[in-house]
Design a protein around this ligand. Structure first.
Ligand SMILES: [Ca+2]
Ligand SMILES: [Ca+2]
Length: 144
């Protein structure tokens, strides 16, 4: 997702058609969204990365825990970042999904901004994140 809109909508789709009105989630200036069962309850959760509108300043990243029925929790903040792309994967094979958020800020000539890895736990990703040196990374992908 590349929009700078506030409050993205999530449309729950079953069988190829929407089953109801969109669910509006409160996120300021999201830059990307990634999904996975972050707390291991069997229901997909959403992570929205974001950054400040004008200056790309660090802002809280947000997790919305899904209930499996199309509703989501209030946003749970996940550290501040000048968030760009995000990805979810179990990077250390401990059975808990981890969240990677790259940071990018071309407005402040801050090209060397570390990517962040929030390590997963039974309660979801935790702070503080580990850092991974990147040079103005725009995207992240994970794979085995
Ligand atoms: Ca979950
Ligand atoms: Ca993990």
């Amino acid at each position: 997702m590349r929009t700078r809109a506030r409050s993205p909508w999530v449309v729950i789709v079953e069988g190829g058609w929407s089953t109801g009105p969109p669910v509006e989630l409160a996120v300021d200036f999201p830059t990307d969204v990634c999904a996975g069962d972050l707390d291991g309850d069997g229901h997909e959760d959403l992570v929205f990365s974001a950054r400040g509108e004008e200056d790309h300043a660090p802002v809280p990243q947000s997790i919305f825990y899904g209930d499996g029925g199309g509703d989501f929790s209030d946003p749970v903040p996940l550290g501040d970042a000048s968030g760009g792309d995000c990805a979810v994967s179990d990077l250390d094979a401990d059975g808990h999904l981890d969240v990677v958020i790259v940071q990018h800020d071309q407005t402040q000539e801050r090209w060397e901004i570390d990517a962040l890895v929030f390590w997963g736990s039974a309660n979801g990703p935790q702070e503080p994140p580990s850092t991974m040196t990147t040079h103005g990374a725009h995207f992240v992908a994970v794979g085995d």
